[in-house]
Ligand binder design. Structure first.
Ligand code: 8YV
Length: 306
């Protein structure tokens, strides 16, 4: 699990008395100060359960460093009078950029081609042909801020974009498929950019991957939980799909040995929002939300209560 970055910790330390919680390590020390803690900062992957929150009776704000807050029990936070904030918008471009990078890398086999050159194999012959991206059909799973930014970029590649979402989006020029399987069967590349958590768990399952088909490529920049990873491994092994580009995993930072061994899979370590510029902007948002809370002003990016 990624920790809150050092740049944010340094800024928090300048304004607040900071206690760092390292799961499985300093629980007793933290229990000692827990009644006095007024705010919690977590990252997008943090698991913040009702039991955890119950240990901090004075907390009134939980600021998530990330757009996704699927690890937070928002209902429990609400019941305890805790406002939850996150960092939307500032990371949209970066996540969409990485989705396109993974799409191109997987379809054009860029990392495999790089390994090929470095291993001196070029001297023995040419590299196998890859798949054309420009003009191909793109399916987007979840057309929120990030999905829309991916669609805009895909337009530059003359891709025909369609999407699945829990509800159709008004006023978008892309075809809506109420069935994810039907979407998968009519595209070449499927990019997952939907929210994580219970509503989307295992959404991309064996049937969806089968529908994507032997020339299809799957990209995931959302959450590992959205894809049935065992089904994905089987689909890749049996060549039911052609390849994948993955930034998120079921049990990250542990990545399945099967995926590690596959040449047609491009793997990145949950870095979609990890540029210096964006991480500074995300840190700014966390600081601004905390400051607003302690000054009694409206929060700048509170998550909706479900
Ligand atoms: C971060 C994320 O990697 O925004 C999210 O939901 O998953 C990412 O931006 C994460 O929050 C940093 O730990």
């Amino acid at each position: 699990m990624a920790a809150v970055p050092h740049m944010l910790i340094e800024r928090l330390e300048k304004s607040y008395q900071l206690h760092r919680f390292i799961p499985g390590q300093n629980q007793e020390a933290l229990a000692f100060v827990a009644p006095d803690i007024q705010a919690i900062v977590a990252n997008g992957e943090s698991r913040v359960t009702a039991d955890f929150l119950a240990r901090f009776p004075a907390v009134r704000i939980l600021a998530v460093f990330g757009v996704g807050y699927d690890g937070v029990d928002v209902g429990a936070a609400r019941a305890q009078g805790i406002s939850v904030t996150h960092t939307p918008d500032v990371l949209t471009d970066d996540v969409a950029d990485l989705a396109i990078a993974l799409m191109l890398s997987a379809a054009r086999a860029v990392p495999a081609a790089d390994r090929f050159v470095r291993a001196g194999k070029w001297l023995e012959g040419g590299f196998p042909l890859s798949r054309k991206v420009s003009g191909s059909r793109l399916g987007i799973v979840g057309l929120g801020r990030i999905g829309l930014a991916i669609a805009q970029r895909a337009a530059g590649f003359q891709m025909e974009t369609s999407y699945w979402a829990r509800q159709p989006k008004p006023l978008v020029p892309y075809a809506y498929y109420p069935s994810l399987q039907a979407l998968a069967s009519s595209v070449d590349i499927l990019i997952v950019s939907t929210v994580g958590g219970q509503p989307t768990r295992g959404l991309v399952n064996a049937e969806v991957l089968d529908a994507l088909g032997p020339h299809g490529i799957l990209v995931n920049v959302a959450r590992g939980s959205v894809v049935d990873e065992k089904a994905l491994v089987r689909a890749l092994m049996n060549k039911n799909i052609a390849g994948a580009g993955l930034d998120v995993f079921t049990d990250e930072p542990r990545v399945s040995e099967d995926l590690l061994g596959m040449d047609n899979v491009v793997l990145t370590p949950h870095i979609a929002s990890a540029t210096l510029e964006t991480r500074i902007a995300m840190s700014d948002m966390v600081m601004q939300n905390l400051a607003a809370h302690f000054e009694g002003k409206p929060l700048i990016s509170q998550v909706p209560y479900e």
